[in-house]
Design a protein around this ligand. Sequence first.
Ligand code: SF4
Length: 303
Amino acid sequence: MCPRGRSKIENFEEMDFSLMKKIITDCSDLSFTPLVHFSGYGEPLAYPEIQKAMQLCNKRKLKWSVNTNGFFLEKYAEDFVINNCSHITVSVHGDPLEHDKTTGVNGSFDKAFRGIIELDQVKKRLKKRAPLIAIVCVITNNNVLNLKNILGTFMKAPVNSITFEHTFFTPDDIEKRSDFLIREEDKLNRLIEFIEFIEYTKNPIRVYMFPKIEKRDIIGYYTDKDYKFPESCIVPWLSVAIFPDGDVKFCNQFLVGNLKNDSLKSIINSREATKFRDLVRKGKLSMLPKPPSCFRCCFRHYC
Ligand code: SF4
């Protein structure tokens, strides 16, 4: 749950399939094999051409994955398996009540769970181990006191891992006391207890916290905007985001090129991209063009 994801989507656009085809082809022409990850501001499985995109990734022998709210999982379960999807991350906001309230769709929790079960059954039927299935749950002020119960509910699903994610926010969110943000010290202490619980409990399914933050730094992470964390991140060397209009951006917001004019290879090696990476390499995260971005970004290193 990042600040950009929480904002209303304006000027909603769908990627033209000819551009999708160019991206997938560009990816398969690189000297290394990247992971193509379908994610974004909307729900990737609502993209009308998603089935063709899956088939093309498979045909070009690319490793690919999806981040989804699970609503269309049942519909595409077989496509994921036969097209060799590597992993699927299903975002769930908490227990059924909390999830349905957050999505605004009654029954969306049950639908996502039915999708996970269907996917598992297709994998078994076709004797495939992939895709690996992960549940990700963002920790908020609304679900923080219920994390153990939520974990118990998730444990009933046939998944390979469960991740609880610290939310991404800006200094403004601390100042404005945004609703989703955990502020009270007793709630933060309960969160620390939960982290201890998953560290010391042997669970049948792998359970992770993301990003990794030391327990002693949790209160600083959530409440102190001047708290000092390391200024390091390796994400701009590992990924770029591609938008429906062909814009290529680091961290979803720093524009480095457009695929309608250039190839992916030339964009990721461009002067703009190198300049950006230089600032990150020198630990100057606060000097990036849009400074609050790294503040509590989930990809930054906090230890
Ligand atoms: S920490 Fe900064 S550079 Fe790294 S991914 Fe986040 S926004 Fe980008």
